[in-house]
Write a protein of this length. Structure first.
Length: 114
């Protein structure tokens, strides 16, 4: 039985979605693709990038701290829904500069909502 962590389409799509960009695992934890893992944290790095991408799709640059264990797209989606459900959970700042001034980051004012 093969458990696929990511699709295994051998035909590239415009987003670079090809077998070479994926890692598939069989039941006994054997890596199928010939390149094996890029590094020992590849699965964790993938989860982190997935989470960052999901947060980016909110349409806002988010200043905050996220601690997560065994997260996934649904968990991040639920988090964003809970954050944006109540306007008391967040503040929107308009910044005309290309980078965020460090003076705006006051960790003491960050709210814990979970």
């Amino acid at each position: 039985m093969i458990k696929t962590l990511a699709g295994t389409s051998p035909i590239p799509d415009p987003g670079g979605n090809a077998f070479a960009n994926k890692v598939s695992v069989v039941k006994n934890k054997e890596i199928l693709n010939s390149e094996k893992l890029r590094n020992e944290f590849e699965f964790v790095n993938h989860k982190i990038l997935d989470c960052m991408g999901d947060l980016y799709l909110s349409g806002y640059k988010i200043i905050g701290k996220l601690v997560c264990s065994q997260g996934g797209h649904k968990l991040t989606n639920d988090l964003l829904r809970n954050v944006f459900m109540d306007k008391n959970n967040y503040s929107i700042l308009e910044i005309n500069e290309k980078t965020l001034p460090h003076t705006l980051i006051n960790k003491q004012n960050l709210k814990h909502i979970a």
